[in-house]
Design a protein around this ligand. Structure first.
Ligand SMILES: [Zn+2]
Length: 419
């Protein structure tokens, strides 16, 4: 079965269930008009609420799929919250209004009313069953809770019918009023639940607190090394929108981070069906640990000291600075054992990469050396002073700028120009 036709079928089943609920409503209302039993009035009012709420969801889902809604899905979904808010307030008002009058009305046609109530359960239970089947097929939690509601209503209908039957059997007014109270309380409870949910929706409060935590755990499991620094979920009607801020590992390039974010989005959409929109911000994590290479040369006679050399290829010494949690842990100076004249910079650069340096601090850099360092993703920083101390301090204070292009031309190109 292709996707389009299965979607068509799902829609058809949802309409069938809605029509079935309408039948339940009509049977109860007809029974009330015929026999004047107040229990049937309360029960038909309950069905009316359920139908209105389902209708609002369907209308909103259609609106959101419409062309004009592409721009404003969030606001349109809110229509459901607003409509639900209105419906629940109206129903609570009506329930309070009728509560006083119906209890003073005499119990009439108890046995016939019990039969009407039982008949009305048949389409309702069928609607619940259909919705339950469809919800597991399209993996929709909102449809599933609607199905569970219908099944619960069927059970409540049985209790009401049984109460009416008992009142008829024993001619008990007490049993009748108890039954009436059950129907009325159920109506008020569902209305309060709708009221609460719609207020949460309108005010952007979390309808499901657990879900955000589960989503964070899912992300950190899916993308190792990624931390969720914030995750906000906003509900609008039956769906939610997530805003996620992720901290990626500092070694990842922007492109790689983007790919990880795409993977995470796909995973979330697959496992959280209510998710309508996801926005992922990527926050690069600042590095804290460095192994820094500094090319040096020895100057002065008796009071000789090391200063930073103008490039890597002519440096006879180099310093290794180990920085842990942004604090200089050790500084060691040693001789550069690579002595070959040609490509000395390139060879040194290869050695720098092999020995795990993350950064180098230089005054200038040749084309080929630059290329090798770039390939190994070693950060190259421009040095302004020849003092090692001053430069390291500037590095730790993030005052140095990166060298984005080689500062010296390759030797063969230089020769070409002179010829
Ligand atoms: Zn209901």
């Amino acid at each position: 079965m292709d996707h389009e036709s299965s979607l068509h079928e799902v829609r058809l089943f949802i309409y069938i269930s809605l029509v079935a609920s309408i039948f339940t409503f009509l049977i109860r209302l007809g029974g009330y008009i015929l026999f004047g039993n107040s229990v049937l009035l309360v029960e038909s009012l309950h069905m009316l609420v359920d139908i209105l709420i389902s209708a609002v969801v369907i209308v909103v889902v259609y609106l959101v799929r419409s062309k004009f809604a592409k721009k404003y899905p969030y606001g349109l979904y809110k229509i459901e919250d607003l409509s639900s808010l209105l419906i629940s307030i109206l129903v609570i008002m009506v329930a309070v209004e009728i509560a006083g009058s119906i209890f003073s009305q005499p119990p009439v046609f108890l046995f016939y009313s019990a039969i009407v109530e039982v008949l009305s359960i048949v389409p309702l239970a069928a609607a619940g069953y259909i919705k339950l089947k469809v919800s597991s097929r399209i993996n929709s939690p909102s449809l599933r809770s609607d199905a569970v509601h219908s099944i619960g209503d069927s059970l409540e209908g049985f209790a009401v019918a049984f109460g009416l039957y008992l009142s008829a059997l024993f001619s008990s007014t007490l049993a009748y009023y108890a039954t009436l109270a059950i129907a009325l309380i159920t109506l008020v409870v569902i209305s309060l639940d709708i009221l609460k949910n719609s207020i949460f929706g309108v005010l952007d409060l979390p309808k499901d607190k657990r879900l955000a935590g589960e989503m964070s755990a899912m992300i950190e499991k899916k993308a190792k090394g990624t931390k969720v620094s914030s995750l906000k979920v906003r509900w609008a009607g039956p769906v939610m929108f997530a805003e996620i801020v992720l901290r990626m590992e500092p070694e990842l390039t922007i492109e790689e981070s983007h790919r990880v974010a795409d993977d995470i989005e796909r995973e979330l959409r697959n496992s959280v069906p209510q998710l309508e929109g996801v926005t992922i911000h990527i926050e690069p994590t600042a590095r804290e640990n460095f192994k820094v290479f500094i090319p040096l040369k020895l100057v002065g006679g008796s009071g000789a000291r090391y200063i930073i050399n103008k490039n890597i290829s002519t440096a006879d010494y180099f310093a290794t600075a180990i920085i842990k949690h942004n604090v200089l842990e050790s500084l060691e100076i040693q001789e550069n054992e690579i002595k070959a004249k040609e490509f000395r910079g390139v060879e040194t650069a290869e050695r720098i990469a092999e020995t795990g340096f993350t950064d180098i601090l230089v005054r200038g850099i040749g084309e080929m050396t630059f290329g090798v360092l770039l390939r190994h993703r070693i950060n190259i920083w421009r040095v302004r002073s020849d003092s090692v101390d001053k430069t390291l301090r500037a590095f730790l204070a993030h005052k140095l700028h990166k060298i984005e292009a080689p500062t010296l031309e390759a030797s063969w190109r230089r020769k070409e120009k002179h010829e």
